[in-house]
Design a protein around this ligand. Structure first.
Ligand SMILES: [Mg+2]
Length: 233
């Protein structure tokens, strides 16, 4: 177990740590699907599902890996591909659907209830940052002015668990890796990445799932509020 006395900087993952991305993504896709069906009535659009749209988006992201890093652009290509899938080749409609999706994806996001209270407690003693493989801009997710640094993998060019992400956080915060504590819901991205650079890793396991990975976090918590006990230790 790594000591917590050295901690100066705390970085948070975004999706599924501070907000329920899966939920807002599905909600925003279902609104966008309704709009798509309004523009293109017929059996093909009636048969389209949110799950199918997610599959298309994920396969487009794999195809574009290394060529397109901007997540909003990947989402646009996914809408274009979704329309092509139902026989429609209209890239301006794809752009409109992407705008509608992004509007809801940001405006309808809900923070987990422990987020604001814990950030308010920790920020008086620590430098707080966001370290995300997603694109949840804090100012669009109800968290303006909460973070001293915000680092997205789409800007760094590598994704967690790559050490480059954690080193970039330390560079921004002006700290050594042993002075960084990182919190996230993903054992593979957050915990393994933090462990790899010698930072303190905290696994946020809200649903008490079993860890079958062999990746060992320094700390495991059910709620972000437990962070105050770790930093007091
Ligand atoms: Mg996450």
């Amino acid at each position: 177990m790594t000591g917590t006395k050295l901690i100066k900087v705390i970085s948070f993952d975004g999706d599924m740590t501070l907000w329920d991305f899966e939920n807002v993504m599905r909600h925003s896709l279902s609104i966008t699907l309704k709009e798509l069906r309004r523009h293109i009535p017929g059996q093909a659009s009636a048969d389209l599902t949110v799950d199918r749209m997610i599959e298309i988006r994920n396969s487009v992201a794999i195809e574009l890996k290394g060529r397109v890093v901007d997540l909003e652009e990947i989402r646009f290509h996914a809408f274009k591909r979704t329309l092509e899938f139902i026989g429609c080749y209209d890239s301006s409609l794809a752009a409109d659907l992407n705008s509608l999706y992004l509007k809801h994806r940001f405006e309808d996001i809900e923070l987990y209830p422990d987020v604001i209270p814990v950030l308010d407690i920790l920020r008086s003693d620590f430098t707080i940052g966001l370290l995300s493989n997603g694109n949840g801009y804090p100012e669009r997710c109800g968290l303006p002015d909460r973070f001293s640094f915000v680092i997205f993998s789409q800007d760094v060019g590598v994704e967690k668990p790559h050490s480059g992400m954690f080193l970039e956080a330390c560079r921004h915060a002006g700290c050594d890796t042993c002075e960084l504590m990182h919190i996230g819901d993903s054992l593979k991205s957050d915990v393994s990445g933090a462990n790899g650079v010698g930072a303190i890793s905290v696994w946020l396991n809200r649903n008490a799932v079993q860890n079958k990975t062999g990746i060992v976090p320094d700390y495991e918590i059910r709620s972000l509020l437990e962070l105050t006990e770790i930093t007091d230790g």
